[in-house]
Design a binder for this molecule. Sequence first.
Ligand code: AMP
Length: 425
Amino acid sequence: MPEFQTTPGTRDILPPDAARWRAFIENFATVVERAGFEQIILPMFEDLGVFLRLGDATDVVTKEMYDFVDKGGRHVALRPEQTAGACRAYVQHHPVPPWKVWYAGPNFRYEKAQHGRYRQFDQVGVEVLGVDDPLLDVEVIALAHEFFRLLGLRDVTLHINSLGDAGDRDRYVSALSEYFNSHSSELSEESRATLARNPLRVLDSKRPNEQDLIREAPSITHFLSDDAAAHFAMVQQGLALLGVDFVVNDRLVRGLDYYRRTTFEFSSGALDSAQTAVGGGGRYDGLVEDLGGAPTPGIGFAIGLDRTLLACDAEAVFSAPSSAADVFVVDTTDGRAALTVSARLREAGQRVERAYGAKSMKSQMKAADRSGAVFAVIVGSDEAAAGTCTVRNLSTSEQLTVPRDGLVAHLAGQLGSRTPRRSNS
Ligand code: AMP
């Protein structure tokens, strides 16, 4: 075994998967930019205090933070998610609301590493700050839905819930706490610890012997204020209007403390195990204020890139984009023709591969076949002497002699002009 390997919870994303990641993000950008979102790039670490505002009942904050004191004595943390950073940026730069931004990039959580759960994982997501309209909630949820559809995923279910306003949520948490405390002997030790920290999260327990108790627990539905209930009703009507299927799930509480009103999660039926959530989000009215800004409503979602790609694997959709070359240049003279011909074709936008080191014609032609190229451009001693090259169609074996200075135009006519490749989902 080599001395160094990736540390637990981190992975190398090798070719061709890395190209698939990029295509994933490009597709996401396409969907959200159509809806007026602009990209934001946030720092990967921030003052620890920014993330502490996510709430001290949040596992991400209490148990999973990668925080450290830097050489300047600042207590900083690697970002566990990007909503807090986006809100900090909003307060710092005071853009004109509504502020609609999207992001992509890695986050860091000290989790128990397992299949589909990593310590460094990527998310794509959006945030909208400054709008309190339930139809915005609908639009945001529908964007995530549209993105999953674009990837080709079919087995994804949308769960929605409302956590009400701060007062509703507090009253519900008290009722829940009372209920679970009166049945604490039926709870596992872990759930009892969760109950002390954050009663809402007890609802997340997957332990089979606690499911009856959870089923009988009070429902948030009965604690919603009239305003919050009307907001939630409008969200449901809007989704129905767009034909976006959903399930109302009053047990959906989500991890972070700051959620208010609408919360939602997408789960994949193609993923087994407990890690079926491919994305989620909600309204977080209150977070901007906690970070020192004026009271500002906010809503957003994050989609787990790693896990969504596992769902794509399970549904056999959104494969890696083709990395095949357009042209493979074979040079059996001294290699200089391959150097210049490749350079000119690449400048003209073709994807060009070649062999290196004076290899035989046979070995270079084998490499040409392996490359998946459509054409081989062959320069042997005859062609070198005549200032030509032979263009061979690698699937039909048809060959044509073309003057060297007409090669770029000839291949452009054959291959068409190239645009950056997208995934072939
Ligand atoms: P959250 O920020 O916890 O709401 O997570 C949003 C999405 O990010 C989840 O639905 C997952 O798809 C993904 N995610 C969260 N934590 C991890 C992790 N440790 N490893 C891989 N994906 C994750």
